[in-house]
Design a protein around this ligand. Structure first.
Ligand code: HEM
Length: 378
């Protein structure tokens, strides 16, 4: 809290200059500049804007489901890592720029996502320019770009404006899709290893509307506990989130610390000091065993203070809807050698898990044609 809480005097470290010469909300290191930019962003995450996005998400969940169903019927192995990343980027491209990556449909990575940061930054700026040409078109569901362009419309010729627009659109697309995908990959891997959790989730979903994120948030307790546990174990920014002290240092207890630079997320989300059996997936710590959380403040998957994640509700809804759809419709298991999630996991500011190859099987009532009526109309 002293380092990243609402009252902290620490600021983001120079690591956050990584997008230079572009700048983005998440990389803004001056508190005052960040606060102004965050107000622009807030409008894109207001309740009305988010409810428009829910309709878009369900379209991509359908596409994900179609890919899985086809694999299941043909007894193909599914590359769940690719499918979940494609879902994440398709949904975020639409949310941010009304731009379609169409990766689930084409079943391949979009070429820009295989390029380096410099090319991606240029691409993001071009996308914003094209988006500006269509700016006056009334969109049925406004995207993030619309809000950001509205905020700077009078300033488009000002120096620096395009650096913000390119940085922000890139941040939203990448920052919105990768952490959601990596937490889901971790979660599906854990659920395959402990099928009793998957069964318990299916049991509680039996009488719920699995297409309503509000119902899932309020009533699917075991699902939510498993999502929390995946967010804890597969932290979005394991060694990111660096903060640094300013001239006056920070006071923690009776001590004053000067010139420190910290990365605290990795240090707090796993250790036994804060979580009993902290290295293990124990979702009950979020339901019947609260004593297994020794320090609640150590769990902050979406960050804390004034930099907390703007997309946290959206991300949680996406995760609930996807897990609910897949678990109620399919059973799955990891194919031999198919779990590379942790062995190949890389910390590249965001967590990049290794691959997860699984075989899906339709549940009995789906095979027999007694299609679950909760999928009707999706
Ligand atoms: C499971 C999914 C997600 C996780 C775990 C996550 C986590 C985080 C974390 C830890 C931060 C703070 C970064 C820092 O201090 O450097 C952050 C910031 C941010 N996230 Fe997320 N995020 C997720 C999904 C999303 C989604 C779907 C969006 C939607 C576009 C989004 C948008 C943002 C934005 C705009 C910020 C910058 C906030 C600011 O600096 O004021 N995130 N996220």
């Amino acid at each position: 809290m002293a380092i990243d809480g609402p009252q902290t005097t620490c600021v983001k470290s120079d690591f956050y200059d990584l997008l230079h010469p572009s700048v983005a909300l998440v990389t803004a290191r001056e508190k005052e500049i960040h606060a102004v930019r965050r107000r622009e962003w807030n409008r894109a995450f207001a309740a009305k804007a988010l409810s428009c996005h829910e309709n878009k998400i369900s379209k991509y969940i359908d596409q994900l489901d179609l890919c899985i169903e086809r694999d299941a019927r043909q007894h193909f192995v599914s590359d769940l890592k690719n499918l979940l990343y494609w879902f994440g980027f398709d949904a975020m491209g639409d949310f941010v720029l009304s731009n379609l990556f169409d990766m689930l449909q084409n079943e391949e990575w979009h070429s820009i996502l295989e390029k380096g940061l410099v090319e991606m930054r240029k691409w993001a700026e071009d996308q914003m320019k094209q988006r500006l040409e269509k700016y006056e078109d009334k969109l049925a569901s406004p995207d993030v770009a619309q809000w950001l362009l509205k905020g700077v419309k009078a300033d488009l010729v000002k120096e620096g404006t395009w650096a913000w627009l390119a940085g922000d659109s890139l941040l939203a697309i990448v920052g919105g899709s990768e952490p959601t995908a990596s937490a889901l990959i971790g979660l599906f891997c854990q659920l395959a290893k402990c099928p009793n959790h998957a069964d318990k989730i299916c049991g509680e979903l039996r009488h719920l509307d699995i297409c309503d994120p509000r119902v899932l948030a309020a009533q699917a307790h075991h699902l939510n506990a498993c999502i929390n546990e995946a967010l804890r174990l597969y932290s979005a920014l394991p060694s990111g989130g660096n903060r640094t002290t300013r001239e006056m240092g920070i006071t923690i207890g009776d001590n004053i610390f000067h010139q420190i630079r910290t990365s605290w997320r990795h240090a707090t989300q796993y250790p036994d000091d804060y979580f009993e059996r902290g290295q293990e997936f124990v979702s009950e710590r979020w339901t019947s065993r609260p004593d297994m959380v020794r320090n609640k403040a150590a769990f902050a998957p979406f960050g804390t203070g004034s930099h907390t994640c703007l997309g946290r509700h959206l991300a949680a809804d996406e995760m609930r809807l996807i897990v609910a759809r897949i678990l109620t419709k399919y059973q799955y298991k990891i194919v031999p050698g198919g779990d590379r999630v942790e062995v190949d996991l890389r910390d590249q500011f965001a967590t990049k898990p290794g691959s997860l190859r699984v075989s899906f099987e339709l549940r009995h009532d789906e095979i027999n044609g007694s299609h679950d009526e909760r999928f009707e109309g999706i």
